[in-house]
Design a protein. Sequence first.
Length: 221
Amino acid sequence: MNIILLGPPGAGKGTQAARLVERYGMRQLSTGDMLRAAVKAETPTGLRVKAIMEAGELVSDDVVSTLISEELVALPQTVGIIFDGYPRTAAQARQLDEILARHHRKLDRVVELEVDEDALVERITGRFTCAHCGAGYHDKFKLPKNALHEDEPLRCDHCGSTDFKRRPDDNEETVRTRMAEYRAKTAPILPLYEERGIVVRVDGMADIDIVTQQIERVLGL
Ligand code: AP5
Ligand code: MG
Ligand code: ZN
């Protein structure tokens, strides 16, 4: 099964994709994660996109579609894909159709996470991740388990690291730009998928576990 997780910044795309990967052996392809890795490694692409990402604007369609296309080459046909944060424009949606056709894959479902934008700013500004293994946390909604022991330094539930980091684009001003980009360029691609009858919706404002259950239900997992 190949699916798109669609929703504005902070909707929970990364959080839910990680669960589908863990439970069903699917593969998450997040253009945001790929771009951040390129920035960190200071590749030519990374150097080109760094300032754009920090401003919360979209990088060019060709850059992200090339990244996706390269990942697909190495992926066995039997592994289902979760597209996270891609496609984000009408041009990318067309490019994805071409890429999938080349790999004899079809798009089964587009899962839209329906959320209330005002709540997303709090979600995003409270987000942090383990610097060692990448596990995601939140100051209010998902602290590491040892946060109950106030005298101890926070420890990652998965790998035990005490080293955490925050994204440079997770400040309120940039989040507003990212949301405006979503509204202007990404939300308008939904009707395209609606015409194909493959859009399913879940309530992204529910608790993280409930959202996962809803996604499993709409995908028939
Ligand atoms: P990207 O990395 O894709 O960022 P985004 O779309 O802004 O989405 P986020 O990763 O912020 O949110 P998410 O939905 O994954 O939420 P999460 O699960 O972490 O893109 C970053 C940048 O890269 C873009 O701005 C652009 O510059 C560039 N880019 C990337 N792809 C591109 C493309 N295709 N084209 C052009 N440019 C591209 O959850 C957020 C927080 O909330 C977490 O702390 C989590 O614990 C918490 N949380 C999650 N679910 C819940 C819940 N149900 N209840 C309470 N808390 C929750
Ligand atoms: Mg994400
Ligand atoms: Zn960790």
